[in-house]
Design a protein around this ligand. Structure first.
Ligand code: PMV
Length: 337
């Protein structure tokens, strides 16, 4: 089996709406930080001996997305083999921690290697995007911009992880359950029914300028204020959908309020929330203990994960130690083939 790992990412300016539904090109630019320590490992074996793909290690609701990715990959690269895939993440999957980003970045890296296809990072981002839009950003480490270009889109790393080593992302996990409406369906619904969708797309431009300039200048206040505003506007657009999309839990709102209170107390902390209930708080390394303690004390917060800018997708020699061995059924099938 060929193994690769990739980190999740947090969009400081969010992708919420496709210009091209099939090819997953975004309607507006986004900019993310790749999150150290929130890892998905993907193991891939390509074989002619299976009659169907075997996908292990994911909640059943996510498996069809992987199967569609495999079909698109085979079609794109003229590969005929079936795949045995093992996926494992060291954080909750499909719960708004961008597990699809790390999953498809790792899978893209592993499957191209398993198929003996040589790709550069730009091409790898294209492969990852077949699975999930945000995955194309997790191919790279550090700070990554993904923007529409012509009829397609382009992914560009704008700063390395070492550019801003003091940045911390403190994540308050408020639910470990998979969310009820996935991001693809959420986006479709917002584009089709939210009267605020146009305003959301237009407002994103100035957020992007602020975040990009703020990242270059390591300016937490500028990045944080723009990221927080951008996140709230994405959720406002989603809330305006019919039927409405509300990704937050009570603890999500309590954590948001706690972050505002921290700022009143003089601590530079700013939140962002993806399509789920987890609250991701940007702060400086010096404020990390205070932010962590404050969020841990919010009722309903289950646990805290601390991250920082991390690396892109990469091949590893073997599965990380936290990956469970294949299920007995897959072992039996492997022995039989
Ligand atoms: O790539 P998807 O389909 O998982 O969508 C990602 C959507 C957000 O996480 C909410 C925003 C983003 O830019 O990552």
């Amino acid at each position: 089996m060929v193994w690769a790992v990739a980190n999740s990412n947090l969009a400081l300016v969010k992708y919420w709406g496709k210009a091209d539904e099939g090819a997953k090109h975004p309607a507006s630019p986004s900019l993310s930080v790749t999150l150290d320590g929130l890892i998905t490992a993907a193991g891939v074996e390509l074989t002619r001996e299976l009659s169907a793909d075997v996908v292990e290690g994911l909640p059943p609701s996510v498996v069809p997305k992987v199967e569609r990715f495999l079909d698109a990959f085979r079609e794109g690269f003229g590969v005929r083999s079936r795949a045995r895939i093992v996926l494992a993440s060291n954080f909750p999957v499909a719960a708004g921690l961008a597990s699809s980003a790390s999953t498809f970045a790792a899978l893209a890296r592993a499957i191209t290697a398993a198929a003996g296809i040589e790709v550069d990072d730009g091409e790898l981002a294209e492969v990852a995007r077949l699975g999930s839009g945000s995955a194309c950003r997790s191919v790279h480490g550090g700070f990554v911009e993904w923007r529409p270009q012509g009829a397609g889109s382009i992914v560009e790393p704008i700063a390395s992880k070492s550019h801003w080593e003091r940045l911390r992302i403190v994540i308050a996990v408020t639910s470990e359950r998979p969310k009820s409406v996935g991001s693809s369906e959420g986006m479709r619904r917002t584009v089709a029914t939210s009267p605020y969708y146009r305003a959301w797309i237009e407002g994103g431009r100035s957020d992007l300028e602020d975040v990009r300039a703020g990242v270059h200048g390591r300016d937490l206040e500028r990045v944080g204020a723009a990221a927080e505003r951008n996140c709230l506007r994405m959720h406002a657009a989603a809330l305006g959908s019919n039927p409405p999309l509300l990704y937050w839990e009570a603890a999500t709102v309590a954590a948001m309020r706690r972050v505002w209170q921290l700022r009143e107390e003089g601590i530079g902390a700013y939140f962002s929330i993806d399509a789920g209930p987890q609250v991701k708080v940007l702060c400086d390394v010096e404020s990390e203990p205070a932010v962590k303690a404050a969020l841990a004390a919010v009722p309903g917060v289950l646990r805290i994960i601390v991250s920082r800018p991390g690396d892109g997708a990469r091949i590893v020699e073997r599965a990380p130690h936290w990956v469970a061995p294949p299920a007995p059924s897959a072992r039996a099938e492997a022995a039989a083939s």
